[in-house]
Design a binder for this molecule. Structure first.
Ligand SMILES: [Zn+2]
Length: 162
């Protein structure tokens, strides 16, 4: 399981001030390295120069953006619905699985809210997990056709020889 990330109250940031890395760290009781990681991750610094200075408004935007992105992330039993523009659960928790290759599969379902077809990619090794989460209706895989074709080829070649 992923670590639960903390939420930063961006109302504590004075948007018209600039902050040093140390000040940002102190504002939230963080280690300086956390703030340096944010800078690496895209938090803008003034003039890109050291020692870093960060505009309060940039810091607030950065943290708000991060926290918004995180909220949009789907739970294991959710799909991102492009019509609802939000993570949604599958209708009746029913889903179909199509195995694409030995590592990837796709899970599809209907949006519980608007009936739009939803898809998400998943890992074949997590198949058992999906079967626990969803009521799986069908599982289709490429293995049937993949295995059939080489033997068909062999048969043709054999026939040509005789
Ligand atoms: Zn929807």
């Amino acid at each position: 399981m992923a670590k639960k990330k903390r939420t930063y109250n961006t109302r504590r940031i004075k948007r018209n001030l600039s902050y040093t890395v140390q000040e940002v760290a102190e504002l939230y009781g963080l280690h300086k390295n956390v703030v340096l990681r944010w800078i690496k991750d895209g938090l803008p610094v003034i003039d890109g120069r050291k020692p870093y200075l960060i505009y309060g408004v940039d810091l607030a935007d950065y943290l708000d953006g991060r926290q918004k992105r995180r909220k949009q992330k789907c739970a294991p039993d959710e799909f991102y619905c492009c019509k609802c523009r939000a993570p949604r659960k599958a209708w009746e928790n029913q889903a179909d699985i199509v195995i694409k290759n030995e590592s990837k599969l796709s899970v599809s379902a209907l949006c519980a809210v608007c009936d739009t077809v939803l898809h998400r990619m998943g890992a074949v090794k997590k198949l058992a997990e999906y079967q626990k989460i969803f009521s799986i209706q069908t599982i289709q895989g490429p293995h049937i056709t993949d295995r059939a074709s080489p033997s068909v080829m062999c048969d043709i070649r054999k026939e040509n020889r005789t």
